[in-house]
Design a protein around this ligand. Structure first.
Ligand code: NAD
Ligand code: UD1
Length: 334
């Protein structure tokens, strides 16, 4: 298949491109590099030993984006391009609605105009909000989000759901990711945000390599076994393989499906700290702080639908996630 991958040089997109190319699909990447680096393209070529067509285009630029649709006949689109910082989305809601909603509408308009019938979209477990009991099941639908970023994911889900009602030949898979962590085994792809990370594992990683002195653990008074909040961490390679299965499913099945991609297992903040210590053999200092605003207590996936429709099961445990994160950080310390 020829697959358009928007945001393909980002964290999840780049790992997915490896899986697609290794399974004999061809990809065209569109990315404006707002949150990625061009070196990722070189690393993708080193890992896969394949040529990759890349265009530095903003999906908000309809005219430039349409040139790509005129040049190639795509079988499917995997749409990763978007901004993802929850805090920033609260400070700059218009930026998020414009980029993540208007940009997506451009892309969907072009898909319809150029007859591309298969779309896989990066949604998030954040759309469940705090409204439901764990494990989160796809049938629960959309909960209450506490931030504009989450709203942009809900709006995209609604747009694609409505669109799928207008064309019975359209096939859409909405993938609700839980918490992706880890890195490529090659140590050439991974996640190393600039500045102070917001997310747990990138923060622990910077403590491990002594770039930050200690971890702030946000809350130890939750109703969980050790008092810290629980999440469903999924290895980035497992997540990438889920995309391969989702896009192959989309081309064979019409209609719309919402599918969770998680492990179904919950891990607390302190369990993750211990796993990282074990994997890296480095002590991770931490200080207990008040709860972080907007955080929920426990979040993990019901994985039955991913297993049933995609035959998707995860392979890697949290220690391997920590080990791959740590190895990537060591290799990439500047
Ligand atoms: P990322 O920031 O690493 O990748 C996103 C890529 O999209 C970046 O390379 C960025 O440069 C590009 N991009 C952003 N806006 C663009 C635009 N207007 N035009 C062209 N390119 C643009 O993020 P990621 O972690 O790889 O996430 C990919 C997708 O998955 C995002 O939509 C994100 O919201 C979603 N998601 C991520 C997580 C997570 O924890 N990482 C969880 C749930 C959902
Ligand atoms: C975050 C995003 C969410 C996104 C999800 C996917 C926020 C508020 N939410 O969720 O929209 O869908 O990633 O990966 O950013 N923690 C600490 N110390 C830290 C960082 C985090 O204790 O320095 C705790 C948090 O309080 C939370 C857990 O670790 O309990 C996980 O946090 P994080 O990695 O930021 O992910 P989420 O909040 O689940």
């Amino acid at each position: 298949m020829k697959i358009l991958v928007t945001g393909g040089l980002g964290y999840i997109g780049s790992h997915t491109v490896v899986e697609l190319l290794n399974n004999n699909h061809s990809v065209v990447i569109v990315d404006n590099l707002i949150n990625s680096k061009i070196e990722v393209l070189d690393n993708l070529k080193i890992i896969t030993k394949k040529e990759i067509d890349f265009y530095q285009i903003d999906i908000l630029n309809f005219i430039e984006l349409e040139k790509i649709f005129k040049k190639y006949k795509f079988d499917a689109i995997i749409h990763f391009a978007g901004l993802k910082a929850v805090g920033e989305s609260c400070d700059k809601p218009l930026l998020y609605y414009e980029n993540n909603v208007s940009g997506s509408i451009n892309l969907y308009n072009l898909a319809i105009k150029h007859n591309v019938k298969n779309i896989v979209f990066s949604s998030s477990a954040t759309v469940y909000g705090d409204d439901f009991k764990v494990p989160f099941k796809e049938e629960y639908g959309l909960g209450t989000c506490t931030n504009p970023y989450g709203e942009t994911k809900k709006i995209n889900e609604i747009i694609l759901t409505d669109l799928s009602k207008t064309d019975k030949d359209l096939s859409v898979v909405l993938l609700r990711y839980f918490n992706p962590v880890g890195a490529s085994k090659t140590q050439l792809l991974g996640e190393n945000p600039n500045g102070i990370p917001n997310n747990l594992v990138p923060y622990i990683a910077k403590v491990a390599i002594k770039e930050l002195p200690y971890l702030n653990v946000y809350g130890n008074d939750y109703n969980t076994p050790d008092g810290t909040a629980i999440r469903d961490y999924i290895h980035i390679i497992d997540l990438a393989k889920g995309h391969l299965k989702a896009v192959e499913y989309a081309v064979k099945n019409k209609g719309i499906e919402v599918i969770n991609l998680g492990t179904g297992k919950g891990t607390s903040v302190l369990e993750m700290v211990k796993a990282y210590e074990k994997a890296s053999n480095i002590k991770i200092d931490y200080k207990i702080q008040p709860r972080r605003k907007g955080d929920i207590e426990t979040c993990f996936a019901d994985t039955a639908k991913a297993k049933k429709l995609l035959n998707f099961e995860t392979e890697y445990d949290i220690e391997e996630m920590c080990l791959d994160s740590y190895n990537y950080m060591i290799k990439n310390i500047k």
